[in-house]
Design a protein around this ligand. Structure first.
Ligand code: CP
Length: 354
């Protein structure tokens, strides 16, 4: 196989663009390794003895963030360092050329470089690339096909790790799965996982809820998606999750009654998303979202759970998405999720480079 830039491309690059790129054995290894790394760190033990050697020694990770980040950027840089690798981060728009994305683009405007050339160049410098490129929010077909991250992967001659694309955030999902395995001591299947839409002043993308849903389904959890009827997730994403859950002994149901959904929950995972309506009727989506301020995770709602955990990928808007009482209470796992980003991505880089 030959890449467009003329260099030879291995037939099996270990791209991690979505959860399904990790077959069951790799998925289990990443989740279990992340839990081991975290427990070793808490016990004050060296992590080096647990890793499969310093698999990053002499290697270099290049990251391109087309959108802002706090956790993903810093945790990936630290994960690479822990494995003995270097990490370089680029933020297009502040010091690099504006990039064109369209195939066949006539580049006589502001874009000085095509993404295919930029990624081809970076592939010559680095042993893996991490890329964050969010949804357009205007082109549903493009976003649902994850066209931009796939364009990157197609141009790359080294493995590409998705650091959040239009439709998926596999690094977040791997960390979240490890948090759940840690909390329930591996006994995750069959636990009630509520993925709750929440009010938010902005229409947010669907990468995190898509991946949280896929993750919980893959763990064999009993998943309830609670959302207003105006904010259903993509039907094919839900359908795929339903089949995955069923294969793993779980199920996926949907409801527009948040109070009933959280009854007896083991986990409440809060996230806002714009949903398909953003693409077809943004005015109606905005009106529905604005009217739904009661879709907020409160202490009263957490009291209906089975001593359940609260999860959020962060960043979160306090007292809009979730009340202070929940964030600062004993049910909150959001800081564990953030910490687990480091452990899970370390394990993921071991998979990519192993
Ligand atoms: N959860 C998450 O991806 O955080 P950042 O956007 O800060 O990277």
């Amino acid at each position: 196989m030959h890449a467009r830039n003329g260099s030879s491309t291995p037939a099996t690059l270990r791209h991690v663009l979505r959860l399904s790129d990790l077959e069951d054995g790799a998925w289990r290894r990443i989740v279990e390794s992340a839990v081991l790394f975290r427990r070793a760190k808490r016990a004050g033990k060296s992590l080096n003895g647990l890793a499969s050697g310093q698999v990053g020694a002499g290697k270099a990770l290049g990251m391109v963030f087309f959108n802002p980040s706090l956790r993903t950027r810093t945790s990936m840089e630290r994960a690479a360092q822990q494995l003995g690798a270097t990490a370089t981060t680029l933020t297009p728009g502040s010091g690099t050329w504006d990039l064109a994305w369209e195939d066949g683009a006539v580049m006589n405007g502001t874009e000085a470089e095509h993404v295919r050339d930029a990624i081809g160049v970076l592939s010559r410098y680095f042993d893996a690339l991490g890329v964050r490129v969010f949804a357009s929010g205007t082109d549903y077909e493009q976003d649902a096909s994850d066209t931009l991250i796939r364009t990157v992967a197609d141009a790359a001659t080294v493995p590409v790790v998705n650091l959040e694309s239009a439709w998926a955030h596999p690094c977040q999902a791997a960390a979240d799965a490890a948090v759940l395995h840690d909390r329930f001591d591996g006994d995750v299947a069959g636990k009630k996982f509520v993925l709750s839409w929440t009010h938010h002043p902005k229409a947010l993308p669907m990468a995190v809820p898509n991946s949280a849903l896929r993750m919980a389904a893959r763990c064999g959890m009993d998943v309830t998606i609670a959302r207003p009827d105006t904010h259903a997730l993509d039907a094919s994403v839900v359908d795929t999750a339903r089949k995955t859950a069923s294969r793993n002994g779980g199920e996926v149901t949907q409801t527009s009654n948040l109070d009933a959904a959280v009854d007896g929950a083991d986990v409440v995972y809060a996230k806002s998303w714009g949903g398909p309506l953003v693409y077809t009727d943004p005015e109606q989506e905005g009106a529905a979202r604005t009217a739904a301020t009661d879709w907020r995770i409160t202490a009263d709602r957490m009291a209906r759970t089975r001593d359940g955990a609260f999860m959020h990928c962060l960043p979160v808007r306090r007292n809009v998405v979730v009340d202070d009482a929940v964030m600062d209470g004993r049910h909150a796992l959001h800081l564990d999720q953030a910490e687990y980003r480091l452990h899970a991505q370390r394990a993921l880089l071991e998979h990519v480079w192993g």
